[in-house]
Design a protein around this ligand. Sequence first.
Ligand SMILES: [Zn+2]
Length: 341
Amino acid sequence: MIRVVRSTHARDHVPGAEIWLGTTTPGTEVPERVDAIESALADWPTIEAVSHGDDVLLAVHDDALVEHLRTVWDRWGDYGVDRVTPYLFPTAGMLGDLPMREPSAVHGAAGRYGYDTMTLIGPGTWEAARGAVDVALTCVDEVGEGVIYGLTRPPGHHVTRAAYGGSCYLNNAAVAAEALRRAGHERVAIVDIDAHHGNGTQDVFYARGDVLYASLHVDSGAGWFPHYAGFAEETGIGAGKGANLNIPLEPGTGDMRWLDAIMRIVQQVMDYGATAMVISLGVDAAADDPESPLEITRSGYFRAGELLGALAIPTVALQEGGYHLPTLGPLVRATLEGLEH
Ligand SMILES: [Zn+2]
């Protein structure tokens, strides 16, 4: 049976809302996701996450981002809104040749570190995000030669080295991959099966040859988040050239072509020679999910697990997306059952 690592802080983050196209909508990355997953895995052994220091976290994220997330809720002013909400984004186009500055007003700084208006920060956001990092690190401590699952909430694959967004605050999968490197694995693969491209994880490792990032996802070029990354021609730079694989898929892809893409990724991981793997386990490519049109079934997820499990290398599976509460838990379970098959 697969062991489940969890954090007592996983429910502390309550998004409150998402602001999408200027409209306040209910958040989808809700604490109830934890209940849905825990109840589906209730008969599996659980491990409580152990608190870890910041060394690995600060190897994948800029100090300034981590410090901002740690302190911004306490510094947030009396603006009449109950979440940290960016309003101004210092884009490359705005700054031109000017240096980036640290604004004196906290409402001015919010858009320096957050790149969208959907990912709001409230009273328990830091505790939950930092708890998820401890889940990832505890998984690496405990994985041994087998498979382990970390119930990381909030998810993390959209967080770049320097900025958060996409309902993510700290990049749990990147932290796990870095920790596996430090545990002695010369080459680590991150396989991202979430419906969306993990632009954050790609960014963290884009110039590194020691961590392969491979993702299949709904085509960003067909109008899907994150819009600006996830294209097939993004293959890495410098030492990372060839260690980044994106497989964009068209809406309505379905199991057969999705599993073909998984097989391509499995082949790439073998050719690369990875001795350990992190799976960014989002299940929002499912047919019932409101966030994606890829239409993957439960048996598709089980088969994906089997294909990845056949690599037979130490595997840390971490939760990313998945927003349809009635099917979320069973889909996660099906994938994990395939992995240990
Ligand atoms: Zn997603």
